[in-house]
Design a protein around this ligand. Structure first.
Ligand code: BGC
Ligand code: NOJ
Length: 807
């Protein structure tokens, strides 16, 4: 069953009913100001950091799930309704939500009045804009009261939801009703140490306002039925402590056929320390005024929308395919790339599942997100790589996360995830292959952000790899540390204390627990690094690296191969994990993906490992993490066995690692296998199972409950997952086979029999490669009409390069 449809021409997903199984959200903004917005207009906004600069409140685990957010009520006679259904909950005569790239539109109507609400964050502006168009489609005059409200968060989202003895005393606002607009300024803590404020404004004189939440709502009421709205009035409350809000009322009269437009802005401003006040205690509002004037008419709003759309058209034109597979095209050309932008921006910080207060930017997460992003905005990717590398320690290990506002490593979680450093090699090599920018390797980059500790980025990569080489266990395999990619396989943590974090408890430093997965990573990325060295003419070092790679590859072949698949690890007592010797967790997916991608054991082992993965882990939605699931808690394995069977790391389809296997299929040249797996959980392919899958059909989720779960097929944790980047890599570089290389663009498709070819445009090093791939007798490649041996289209420097490939 579906709850909407894809409108590919508009690049929108159109939701046709408000009662989607879960809130289906969208992301607005891509620089500093970000908003999350659901299909009922719920959500929240923040500036750069969802923990430290939260602008509006959101109550996770609220009932109803999606209450609050930006609220609009239209009072028309006896009826009060909301264009996006919530918060009023009044049944509408019609409802539609269009989630587009960086904007959302809500169209609701009731009793002859239609409302069209468009919400966006304009490019380069720290504000969310909402344009509300009301039209009287009835035969008689309409007298409407239009209310709009937001609830401010007192900046630090953790404090805001915990420290009430203070919070309920500090809230402050300032009001300004002049120049034909009405603005509420939120200035809590501005009088002392903060130099930033927020504001909410409408581009018309308001007929009433409230800024104290409890006055506006009234006792025993929620956002669905504010007292002020019910009484068609405003109380003029001025917040002093408690919960500051901005609630504005505009009374409008619409003749039959007439329409009126209001433009609202929720903005964020930083003033210099010496520039905070225009008079004692009064905010200097200059910047807010400038922002407001820039968008105070429907025309200016329209221009911002046009600019946003042009921006996305340009970004997406860098990689566009026409394959005859409608769903593949819509994922590749629109939604998968869009999600890559979101994961690049957010890492795992803020969604409806990630509270934005726990995990900031993850080291491994952000490195992997870059794999799906480097082709879009290489300059931002470059900056991110340096930010990430700057939280590394001198011994090559690294902080696991950093806070986006401060860019400092997060000491609460610390380090010890032994896969982390290798991901830096992965993303840096990907960046250079995309851009040819070797100069990034010379960029002075500190350790742990300490001034004076800077070394060229290249040395960070070297130390990353060296960390693996020097941290190995009894079988010569890399030590796992607290965990590798699978955060829940905690082999050095023997936790008995309820609530103790499995990620930070390592009370059993065995010095023995090893990871076959990290070994696979090392073989793959060690080779990539060796190639990088060779390209720089550092052949001796390259040879040294290849010797280490061979060493670890040998260890995998001797101790990591179980007979029909790759083992997962060795535990703290030197016993295998993910082996036929185990009763549960006999086979894990991760090493099948990574060791086969790395080519360990060649196609022979690769095909056997993939056949085992399909046989034991395959379900309708992809490949599960492991099988059989753990049925009880195993202290020596950690969090993985804390999840009920079929959920999360204990046997769900953990979507992130599925594209590794898709790429592994490509590595052994199995186009059927690759495509089969790709289509099992690519959102557009399972749209018609939305009532089972439940999360948004236009983006990947982290997990889909496995066969052992009671809710088999149900996805959770949508949006912020490494699945986005890896799926894009799998489909673009594996199945379609378009791979950037240092000196050209490799075109090496691995298609299923059902696909005859495709046409593709790829912007690469300033040249638009127009590529046609088709099946035929005379196999080979021509570049601008001339036959070229091999499968790499050279760098031509021209603005366009035509490539024809016959497979
Ligand atoms: C989750 C993992 C996550 C980890 C760190 C665990 O509870 O299952 O998926 O990576 O927490 O936040
Ligand atoms: C989610 C985390 O963000 C990611 O870093 C980790 O690899 C996966 N969970 C698997 O545990």
């Amino acid at each position: 069953m579906k709850y909407g449809y894809f409108d590919d021409d508009a690049r929108e997903y159109v939701i046709t009913r408000p009662d989607t199984p879960l809130p289906w959200i969208n992301y607005l903004g891509s620089d500093g100001f970000f908003s999350l917005i659901s299909n009922t207009c719920g959500g929240y906004s923040f500036y750069k950091d969802a923990k430290l600069r939260r602008i509006t409140r959101f109550r996770y685990n609220n009932v109803p799930h999606d209450d609050g957010g930006r609220c609009f009520w239209i009072a028309d006679g006896d009826a009060v309704w909301s264009p996006a259904f919530l918060p009023a909950k009044t049944p509408l005569d019609s409802y539609i939500c269009r989630h587009g790239l960086g904007y959302s539109v809500f169209e609701g109507s009731k009793d002859g009045v239609s409302a069209s609400l468009t919400v966006t964050v304009p490019r380069g502006t720290d504000a969310e804009l909402s344009k509300l168009v009301l039209e009287n489609r009835s035969g008689s005059e309409k007298r409407l009261s239009v209310y709009s409200a937001v609830e401010f968060c007192l900046w630090n989202a953790v404090d805001d939801s915990t420290n009430f003895q203070r919070n309920w005393n500090i809230g402050e606002v300032e009001l300004e009703f002049s120049d034909g607009r009405s603005t509420v300024y939120h200035k809590t803590e501005y009088r002392e140490r903060r130099d930033h404020y927020a504001f909410y404004s409408v581009n018309a004189p308001a007929d009433g306002f409230d800024t104290d939440r409890d006055s506006f709502l009234g006792r025993f009421r929620g956002w669905s039925e504010p007292a002020a709205v019910e009484r068609r009035t405003s109380f003029g409350s001025v917040a002093s402590g408690w919960a500051p809000i901005a609630a504005l009322r505009n009374d409008i009269v619409l003749a039959p056929g007439e329409s009126k437009t209001l433009v609202y802005m929720l903005g964020y401003v930083e003033n210099g320390e010496d520039d905070k006040f225009s008079a004692p205690g009064i905010i200097n509002k200059e910047k807010a005024h400038a922002m407001l004037s820039a968008f105070d008419t429907p025309e200016r709003f329209g221009a911002a929308m046009d600019e946003l759309k042009a921006y996305w058209s340009k970004l997406l034109s860098r990689f566009e395919v026409r394959s005859g597979e409608e769903k593949l095209d819509r994922m590749v050309n629109i939604w998968n790339q869009y999600q890559c932008m979101v994961t690049f921006n957010m890492s795992r910080s803020a969604s409806y599942y990630e509270s934005g207060t726990g995990r900031g930017m993850g080291f491994r997460d952000s490195c992997q997100d870059l794999l799906g992003f480097v082709h879009m905005i290489p300059e931002r990717a470059r900056e991110r790589i340096i930010d990430i590398a700057s939280i590394q320690f001198a011994d090559g290990s690294t902080y696991h996360q950093y806070q986006p506002l401060t860019k400092r490593g997060n000491a609460d979680i610390g380090s010890g995830f032994n896969d982390d450093p290798l991901w830096l090699v992965a993303c840096t090599c990907a960046y250079i292959r995309e851009t040819g920018d070797f100069s990034i390797l010379e960029e002075p980059t500190p350790f742990n952000n300490e001034p004076g500790s800077e070394v060229p980025l290249m040395e960070h990569l070297e130390r990353s790899l060296n960390y693996t080489v020097t941290h190995r266990g009894p079988h010569g395999l890399p030590l796992i540390g607290r965990a590798d990619w699978n955060d829940c396989l905690n082999l050095n943590c023997f936790s008995r204390t309820p609530g103790e974090s499995f990620q930070t408890c390592s009370n059993f430093e065995s010095g023995k627990a090893e990871s076959v997965f990290i070994a696979g990573m090392f073989v793959k990325y060690g080779r990539e690094y060796a190639e990088l060295l060779e390209r720089m003419g550092r052949n001796d070092e390259a040879a040294g690296m290849l010797a280490s790679v061979a060493d670890i590859e040998k260890a995998v072949l001797e101790h990591g191969w179980d007979g029909e698949w790759f083992r997962r690890a060795y535990d703290a007592f030197g016993r295998p994990v993910g082996s036929s010797e185990n009763d549960e967790g006999k086979i894990y997916i991760e090493p099948q993906g990574f060791c086969v991608m790395a080519g360990i054991g060649g196609c022979e082992y690769g095909r056997r490992a993939l056949a085992s993965a399909e046989r034991y882990l395959g379900n309708d939605f992809g490949l599960e993490v492991l099988s059989p699931c753990y049925t009880e808690y195993h202290e020596h394995l950690g969090e993985i066995s804390s999840y009920p069977p079929g959920y999360k790391e204990n046997g769900s389809v953990f979507c992130h690692n599925n594209p590794w296997v898709t790429l592994a299929y490509c590595r052994v040249r199995d186009g059927e296998g690759a495509f089969r797996l790709y289509t099992r959980n690519a959102p557009a392919y399972i749209e018609d199972k939305s009532e089972i899958h439940r999360t948004e059909p236009y983006c990947y989720s982290q997990t889909i409950a496995g066969r052992n779960a009671r809710t088999y097929g149900e996805a959770k944790n949508s949006w912020l997952t490494g699945t986005a980047a890896w799926s894009f890599a799998a489909v673009s570089q594996g199945i379609l086979g378009i791979r950037p290389d240092y000196d050209g663009l490799v075109i090496d498709p691995c298609l299923p029999g059902s696909m005859d070819g495709f046409e593709l445009r790829r912007l690469f090093r300033g040249t638009r490669y127009e590529i046609t791939v088709r099946r035929g007798e005379n196999k080979g490649m021509t570049v601008d009409g001339r036959p070229v041996p091999g499968n790499k289209a050279p760098l031509t420097g021209a603005s366009v390069c035509r490539v024809e490939v016959v497979i």
